[in-house]
Design a protein around this ligand. Structure first.
Ligand code: NAG
Ligand code: NAG
Length: 502
């Protein structure tokens, strides 16, 4: 009871905060948020967490009427309230989201778009030992919230899909969630709605407004890739359906990516693994120093009556976030209940962990190497589009927190928040019609323009009044400067990955 009242109060508070930040024209969400959760996830949840979709724009909320004011992440208060942070992470679709995708002066023409998403809200990957798992229904039904007007049409379209549209390991996966009691890691209705909204938002901006694709678009104008989990495939399909409603199945082809880093044939990188081991060690030592955290795990272990170690290994916060995001009370046993106080302590530690992670830079080393292959592929595609080629002008990578997090960190967006459910990171490529040889990029995270927060364009705005970053800045960064940033003696991926004596 207490839990419920509190939850309602918190929701009201969050709504108020969201409203305030909207009216202040501040980029509330995506920017200054900690990546702290990430590490815990890296260790325990080697594949991502839950999703919390925040509100994506409801059916094309117009962003035109809003002024574009970049928040200064340095002056925004750090997010330290664990409950506010958790609600942000849930990303419950309700309030209309302000977005800055597609904003450009009239003389700029949109050439290509690369989209990286985290899957939407999902059922936990872990169970809390000896407790009943949360009863969440993963079937898609119209009379349950959150709802999207395209939900039924999505289900009916998915039931017409065939294996021909998918690279082989994906063929056996269901195309939409359908279990009355969710399976572990399954996408929920919330997750589907989050990505239908994302897709619709991108449709309004990129198709209706900027005419990125012709109405008779062809197969090779899209590039679609997903990991082999049902939640990423289904999230990608929901986004695609919002973007291209009733798309022709014969024109769709989803590639399969075995690696959560999307590193394809370039995954072997010993130095990257060494950075990760050091990072995990840092994370472990920080945890040992937190006596309140240890005490909290001890209390929770007593409640469920298992050794503390076993409880910790079950990564209880994963399951607790699901209870939290779905407004389901935390589990109880004869010995008592897991409570909001426990949740707050664990979340607060995650925020602290993210803070230390940014300072120590081990994760940055891991990220620069881990994100190189996917960034390399992205700039190659953008360069081809800049040359006037019409293939792959819309690319979608359906991925995980452990995909987006290194990309954000490698780009220098270390202040960016941990990828919540249905997070989206977008690279837009524009051509200046007044100087057709010049191309420029914009980077957006959850609808916020973060272009001038990236390490390759941070100084650009000071020197130039242009609203975007030259494509060359990004290309030079990926081809060379990211390795120099890592260790001034390497100038390419192979050398940086095989550094001696690291
Ligand atoms: C949370 O659940 C309770 C009943 O279990 C309900 O009364 C309340 O409206 C729910 N809150 C939200 C925000 O859905
Ligand atoms: C980067 O892209 C180039 C051009 O396609 C390719 O030849 C090279 O193998 C890629 N390198 C990595 C590490 O992904």
């Amino acid at each position: 009871m207490l839990f419920r009242n509190r939850f309602l109060l918190l929701l009201a508070l969050a709504a108020l905060l969201a409203f305030l930040s909207l009216s202040l024209q501040f980029c509330e969400r995506s920017f200054p948020v900690p990546l702290s959760l990430a590490i815990i996830f890296l260790i325990f949840d080697s594949f991502p967490f839950h999703l919390i979709p925040v509100s994506t724009a409801k059916n094309g909320v117009s962003s035109k009427s809003r002024k574009r004011i970049m928040p200064d992440p340095v002056t925004e208060p750090p997010v330290t309230d664990p409950i506010y942070e958790a609600l942000w992470y849930c990303n419950i679709p309700s309030v209309a989201e302000r977005t800055m995708e597609g904003h450009a002066p009239h003389h700029f023409k949109l050439v290509s778009v690369n989209v990286f998403i985290r899957h939407g809200d999902r059922y936990p990957l872990y169970v809390i030992p000896k407790t009943k798992r949360p009863e969440i229904d993963c079937t898609l039904v119209a009379n349950r919230k959150p709802y999207h007007p395209k939900l039924e049409a999505f289900v009916s379209h998915m039931s017409k899909g065939s294996g021909a549209s998918f690279e082989s390991p994906l063929k056996g996966l269901p195309l939409y969630p359908n279990h009355p009691l969710c399976e572990m890691g399954e996408l929920t209705q919330t997750g589907v709605v989050q990505h239908l909204q994302n897709g619709q938002l991108l449709r309004d901006v990129y198709l209706k407004k900027h005419k990125l694709l012709p109405s008779d678009w062809a197969t090779d104008q899209l590039y679609l890739e997903t990991t082999g989990k049902s939640r990423t495939l289904q999230s990608g399909l929901a986004l695609l359906y919002g973007f291209l409603p009733d798309f022709d199945w014969k024109k769709i082809y989803f590639r399969h990516q075995p690696s959560a880093l999307f590193c394809s044939a370039n995954c072997y990188c010993p130095t990257r693994n060494q950075y990760l081991e050091k990072e995990q060690r840092r994370q472990y030592l920080l945890r040992l120093k937190n006596s309140q955290l240890e005490r909290t795990y001890g209390e929770m272990a007593k409640i469920v009556d298992v050794p503390t170690k076993q409880l910790r290994a079950a990564n209880p916060v994963d399951s607790m976030l699901c209870h939290f995001c779905h407004n389901v009370s935390f589990p109880c046993t004869r010995n008592g209940c897991i409570g909001m106080e426990h949740f707050k302590v664990i979340k607060t530690h995650q925020i602290e962990d993210e803070r230390e992670r940014r300072e120590k830079k081990l994760y940055l080393g891991y990220s620069l190497l881990g994100a190189h292959p996917i960034l390399n592929q992205t700039i190659n595609r953008m360069q081809r589009a800049a040359e006037g080629r019409k293939e792959e002008i819309f690319a979608l990578y359906s991925a995980h927190d452990v995909t987006l997090s290194p990309v954000l960190s490698a780009l220098g967006l270390s202040e960016a928040r941990f990828p919540r459910f249905a997070a989206r990171l977008i690279f837009e490529l524009w051509q200046d019609r007044e100087k057709p040889g010049e191309h420029a990029v914009r980077i957006l995270y959850n609808g916020v323009d973060v272009t001038f927060h990236t390490s390759f364009c941070r100084d650009h705005q000071k020197r130039s009044p242009k609203p975007m970053c030259p494509l060359e800045n990004l290309v030079h960064f990926v081809k060379r400067d990211m390795f120099v940033a890592l260790d001034s003696s390497s100038t390419n991926y192979y050398d940086a990955c095989h550094r001696e004596g690291f």
